[in-house]
Design a protein around this ligand. Structure first.
Ligand SMILES: [Fe+2]
Length: 235
C-alpha cells in the first residue's frame, strides 16, 4: 500500500465539520420560547463563526501564498470561497446578534430563517473544505516534501494564541479517529504543560462515546507508538 502523505487540512477540517454540524442541528431543534437555550445556541454559533473567520485568515496568511508561489498562474477557488465566506460570516453574525439582543421576543421564524442561512453556510464550507483537502493538498504534495508541509503547519500553529490552540485541539480531538487521537495526545504530552494536557483530555472525554473513551483509557504505549510510527512514516 502507498505510504500516506501528510495532509495539512485533514484534522482541523474534521473538527470544523463536527462543530458546524453540531451547531446546525442545535439550531434546527431550538425551542424559540426557551430563553436560556436560545442564548446558549447563539453563543455557540458566535463562537463557531469567529473560529471559521480565524481559520480562513490563517489559511490566507500561511497556505495561500505558498500555493500561489508554487503555481503563479493559478486561480485558486479557495481565494474566491474565502471572500464569500467572510461576507456570509458577517451576515450570520448580524442575525445571531439580533436574536441574542431580542431574547424573549424571538419568534419561530427568526430561528428558522437563521437555521436555513446557517445550513447554506455549512453546505458551502463542506464543498470548500473538500476542494482544499483534495486540490490544494495535492498541489502541496506534488511540489513539497512532508517535512516542508509540516513546516508550514508548524508556522501556522505557532501563530495561534494559547486559547486558539486549545480550542482547535478540542475540536480535533473530539472529531478524529482513535489512532489520530492517540498519536496527537502522545505528541502533545511532549510539548504541553500537564495542566493543559489534563484539560484537553477531560474535554475530549466529555465529547467521546463510551466505546471510544474506553479505547482511549486502554491505549497502550505500543498503540500510541504504532500511530506515531504511522505518522512519522508519512513525513
Ligand atoms: Fe479554507
Amino acid at each position: 500500500m502507498q505510504a500516506q502523505r501528510h495532509n495539512i487540512y485533514t484534522l482541523i477540517h474534521k473538527g470544523i465539520r463536527r462543530q458546524l454540524c453540531h451547531c446546525m442541528n442545535a439550531l434546527g431543534a431550538l425551542d424559540y420560547k426557551d430563553n436560556h437555550a436560545v442564548i446558549t445556541v447563539m453563543e455557540e454559533l458566535s463562537e463557531v463563526l469567529v473560529f471559521c473567520q480565524q481559520h480562513l485568515e490563517h489559511e490566507n496568511t500561511f497556505i495561500h501564498p505558498i500555493l500561489l508561489q508554487l503555481q503563479p498562474t493559478l486561480s485558486l477557488q479557495s481565494v474566491h470561497d474565502h471572500e464569500e465566506h467572510e461576507i456570509s460570516i458577517l451576515k450570520l453574525h448580524r442575525q445571531v446578534l439580533s436574536i441574542r439582543n431580542n431574547v424573549g421576543q424571538v419568534v419561530a421564524s427568526d430561528i428558522l430563517d437563521l437555521y436555513r442561512n446557517f445550513a447554506l453556510f455549512v453546505a458551502e464550507n463542506l464543498l470548500h473544505m473538500h476542494d482544499e483537502e483534495t486540490h490544494n493538498a495535492n498541489l502541496l504534495m506534488r511540489h513539497l516534501s512532508d517535512q516542508e508541509i509540516l513546516a508550514i503547519e508548524h508556522r501556522l500553529v505557532s501563530s495561534l494564541t494559547p486559547q486558539q490552540s486549545e480550542q482547535s485541539l478540542n475540536l480535533i480531538l473530539a472529531a478524529c479517529t482513535h489512532q489520530e487521537r492517540s498519536a496527537l495526545l502522545q505528541e502533545l504530552s511532549a510539548v504541553f504543560p500537564p495542566e493543559t494536557l489534563i484539560r484537553l483530555v477531560i474535554n475530549t472525554s466529555l465529547n467521546l462515546p463510551a466505546t471510544e473513551l474506553h479505547k482511549l483509557c486502554h491505549t497502550s504505549t505500543a498503540d500510541a507508538k504504532d500511530s506515531r510510527i504511522m505518522l512519522e512514516g508519512s513525513k
